[in-house]
Design a protein around this ligand. Structure first.
Ligand code: ATP
Ligand code: MG
Length: 309
């Protein structure tokens, strides 16, 4: 499949799930079981398309790295067992590990809580030329912290700052932060892997029943599941308030893992393709340097020097 065809397909698989802040977003409008016009019989073809996409992604990342101008930040948010880890593993399987940094954000440490909430994430922002992946992120500050209000109390913020406007303010600050990053050459794409409550139950049961999956289960998963509706409300409000053209959310159906991977890979390919990446151009001085190095390697006598062996 040629690159143009891959990019065209990427557009087809990512556009339906992109949220940019125009119009009113409703989580209920996205079906977690959606696979566009593909059904399970198309799975083998879909896997081939994903493999081609992963190859294209590797090429684009190589240029991103060589060019060393843009950085890419991919943020992943989801309920437990929605497939964040597997999606990251598959979509990034072809890229050079040197050009990719994954950071997972769990409950904050005492040191983290002694700072503003963006502090721990800022330390992990990708360098130019790299793709940074946030497995959970500062968005947890508008999700788990909103659903479990007691976490906010634990943050030792000055009391007068804990007003009813705190979520609105956090959205505002996150929007400003992301605009700042964008203006500094960090391209941001955010993914909410949207799994249904029924599919989560099926995956939890699998984790409980299969010994090689037992390790994936944590007692807190059931506790969070009990707050499902509060989480859905928090996710919807968060996406409504932080989806922008420059830092869009992709609300990706996550009941079928093979489809989730295609849709995420497609969005990343599209983001990279939009940067018009190319290998750095060789100027006249560099060309001379390369020619001299070539002569030396081939054993020619450098001007005024000894013949190398
Ligand atoms: P898995 O899919 O393996 O369960 P995970 O991302 O859920 O991966 P866990 O170790 O299970 O990883 O959970 C991390 C927990 O940390 C989540 O429940 C998340 O809500 C919580 N967390 C992340 N950021 C914050 C935060 N800023 N404040 C409080 N809790 C947070
Ligand atoms: Mg978990």
């Amino acid at each position: 499949m040629d690159k143009q065809e891959i990019v065209k397909r990427a557009h087809r698989f990512s556009k339906p799930f992109r949220v940019t802040g125009e119009g009113t977003f409703r989580l209920g409008d996205i079906d977690p079981g959606d696979t566009l016009d593909l059904d399970s019989e198309d799975k083998p073809r879909a896997k081939e398309a994903l493999a081609a996409g992963i190859e294209a992604l590797a090429e684009l990342q190589d240029m991103l790295y060589a060019q060393d101008r843009w950085a890419v930040l991919l943020v992943f948010q989801a309920m437990d067992a929605a497939g964040k880890d597997g999606t990251i593993k598959h979509v990034m399987s072809g890229v050079n590990p040197q050009g990719c940094q994954v950071s997972s954000f769990k409950a904050p440490s005492t040191e983290d809580l002694d700072h503003d909430y963006l502090w721990r994430c800022m330390k992990h922002l990708p360098e130019r030329g790299r793709i940074g992946i946030f497995n959970r992120s500062y968005y947890e500050e508008t999700l788990v912290v909103r659903v479990h209000r007691e976490l906010l109390e634990k943050q030792s913020l000055p009391r007068e700052l804990l007003t009813k406007d705190i979520w609105k303010e956090r959205f505002q600050d996150i929007r400003s932060f992301e605009r700042y990053l964008t203006r500094n050459g960090v391209v941001i794409r955010k993914f909410f892997l949207h799994v249904s409550k029924a599919e989560q139950k099926r995956r939890f049961l699998e984790r409980l029943e299969k010994p090689d999956k037992n390790w994936k289960f944590s007692a807190s998963d059931i506790k969070e599941r009990a707050c499902w509706n509060d989480y859905m409300k928090a996710y919807e409000d968060m996406i409504r308030n932080t989806a922008t053209k420059h830092a869009p959310w992709y609300v990706v159906p996550a009941d079928n893992k093979w489809f989730t991977r295609i849709a995420v890979a497609a969005a990343v390919i599209e983001a990279l393709d939009g940067l018009d990446l190319h290998y750095p151009k060789v100027d006249e001085a560099k060309r001379k340097e390369l020619a001299a190095a070539r002569r030396l390697l081939l054993g020619a006598r450098p001007r005024g020097g000894r013949r190398s062996s």
